[in-house]
Design a protein around this ligand. Structure first.
Ligand SMILES: Nc1ncnc2c1ncn2[C@@H]1O[C@H](COP(=O)(O)OP(=O)(O)OP(=O)(O)O)[C@@H](O)[C@H]1O
Ligand SMILES: [Mg+2]
Length: 498
């Protein structure tokens, strides 16, 4: 049986979890003593089957018993659970052979109330078990008979869900508000409506979600992560998931635009996937602005109407799919102003994804530093959460008589100051900073590892200055030419000068 191991409570779980804490709706209602229940979602990643050595009652190997065992484990070991906390197998390696054999990791995802920490006696767990797979196929819409080169067009990739390569992405995406949870709730609600056979001619729903905003803010990643999460959460309804990623640009390659037939063929392949009612199919059309641009170019007479035919064919196909219960269409665009009305109209959920605010920047940089510390590249320092720093704001970084606890927070305050000067940079750029800092300002002078924390922060700071300068150059350069050309050409990324 499970042995009560030393309290896992606050030591192994991060004290902050998600950024959404800022608007914690339930913090005021914690006084209700009659243990109001809060649904807490728990995702359990199972070990691949060949890891089951069947030494432990193989007849017990049934999904519900894993869930029960996980719940028991949490109830016995935690006083409260923190959302976005992840437990690894080593925690139960010695104390629970049943879990040790079957469970790779346990992730406490979110609570229905939106709270970040829930006392164990208030938890009503919903446990989802999943195994990841690694299958990615390419859908080619080329002519099956014709052998012409160029006809074998790779128009989409199909990944089996839950996917090994996407697992964990959701947690690494940080926003300034509760974007992730809101999106998840929206989509789950619509899927519930579908399952309840609500007539979508009455209650309108086109199954289209649009995420738009500046480059590098995590739109594509969020679509993929959401697809992955939905496939985990909806196991009771669908046995597996597929993520079809359509390459918008390939639709406008010469071959595609010459033949609307290719679009038809592509969607015929998608239809085959959708036929399987046990499969939940997410179609991601990334960078839909390329469709829009094509339409506008044609409308102004600067381009042949082939492109319009392709766009219209795609829209027709999307409309056809809206009657399918097991389909979700996600689209992204990074030129927020110019998305086609045809798309805006169809999108039920339009979510703007903006640049990260300082607290989110802090969180992202902190996760980068934690990773470098874990890997032994940077010397260890404790980095507190933004909220923890806020709580002790009286001390401050320039306080004359720093208490011992404030001294512990010196590294955190330094990072916080850096985060505050990073405004205007995208999350993508932020995640690149540490590598560039090391390459440019540390690798040449020393190869000794780990690098001291402050030395690394100096390097980060200089690297940041480079990025901001580059961003400004790019902005000035753009101002002279046409605005908004090349979504990724903001120059922020190309900061490694030779
Ligand atoms: N909100 C975020 N929090 C943490 N990391 C992020 C976030 N957004 C982006 N990143 C990092 O930047 C990388 C690129 O993000 P992604 O490609 O999803 O951005 P995007 O919005 O689709 O950009 P684009 O508009 O250029 O296509 C991600 O792999 C991730 O490492
Ligand atoms: Mg993208």
């Amino acid at each position: 049986m499970l042995q009560p191991s030393p309290a896992l409570g606050s030591r192994t779980m991060p004290e902050d979890a998600a950024m959404s804490s800022a608007n914690d709706p339930s913090s005021s209602s914690s006084s209700s003593s009659s243990a109001r229940k809060d649904i807490v979602h728990v995702e359990v990643r199972l070990r691949p089957p060949h890891h089951h050595h069947s030494s432990y009652h193989s007849s017990d190997w049934q999904s519900h018993s894993v869930s029960q065992r996980v719940e028991l484990f949490l109830r016995r070991n935690c006083v409260s659970v923190d959302c976005d906390a992840r437990f690894e197998g080593k925690l139960w390696a010695d104390c629970d052979p049943f879990l040790a054999e079957r469970v790779e990791s346990i992730r406490v995802a979110e609570a229905a109330s939106g709270r970040l920490r829930v006392p164990i006696e208030e938890c009503e767990f919903r446990v989802y078990e999943y195994e990841t797979v690694n299958t990615v196929e390419e859908l080619s819409a080329g002519d099956p008979e014709g052998q012409d080169e160029g006809q074998d067009l790779m128009a989409a990739t199909v990944s089996e869900l839950p996917s090994n390569s996407i697992d964990g992405t959701w947690e690494t995406l940080i926003y300034g508000d509760d974007t992730k949870q809101r999106l998840l709730r929206y989509v789950q609600s619509t899927l519930l409506f579908s399952a309840m056979k609500v007539d979508f001619n009455v209650i309108n729903w086109n199954r289209v979600v649009l995420l738009h905003g500046p480059p590098g803010t995590g739109k594509t990643s969020l679509c993929r992560a959401l697809a992955h999460k939905l496939s985990i959460r909806m196991r009771h309804q669908f046995s597996h998931g597929k993520l079809v990623e359509i390459n918008s640009h390939s639709l406008f390659s010469k071959w595609f635009s010459e033949s609307g037939k290719l679009v038809q063929r592509l969607f015929a392949l998608i239809d085959e996937l959708v036929e399987d009612e046990k499969a939940f199919v997410v179609i991601l059309i990334d960078e839909v602005e390329s469709l829009t641009t094509a339409r506008q170019a044609a409308a102004s007479g600067t381009e042949p109407s082939d492109a319009v035919r392709v766009v219209n064919a795609v829209l027709t196909q999307l409309d056809r799919l809206k009657s399918r219960e097991n389909v979700l269409i996600m689209t992204t665009s990074n030129i927020s102003g110019s998305i086609d009305h045809a798309f805006i109209d169809r999108a039920d959920i339009k979510q703007y994804i903006g640049l990260p605010p300082p607290a989110a920047i802090y969180w992202i940089l902190r996760s980068c530093l934690d990773e470098l510390m874990r890997a032994g590249v940077v010397a260890h320092e404790i980095l507190y959460s933004w909220q923890t720093l806020d709580a002790g704001v009286g001390g401050g970084v320039d306080g004359q008589q720093l208490q011992q606890s404030d001294r512990d927070k010196r590294a955190s305050w330094r990072l916080r100051a850096l985060a505050e000067s990073c405004q205007g940079l995208s999350a993508r750029t932020l995640r690149k900073l540490p590598m560039l800092a090391y390459a440019r300002y540390i690798s040449a002078s020393t190869s000794a590892l780990p690098v001291g924390f402050d030395a690394f922060m100096d390097a980060l700071q200089m690297s940041l200055a480079d990025s901001l300068r580059e961003a400004q150059h790019a902005a000035e350069g753009h101002a002279g030419t046409t605005a908004g050309s090349g979504p990724n050409g903001a120059g922020i990324n190309g900061m490694m000068r030779s």
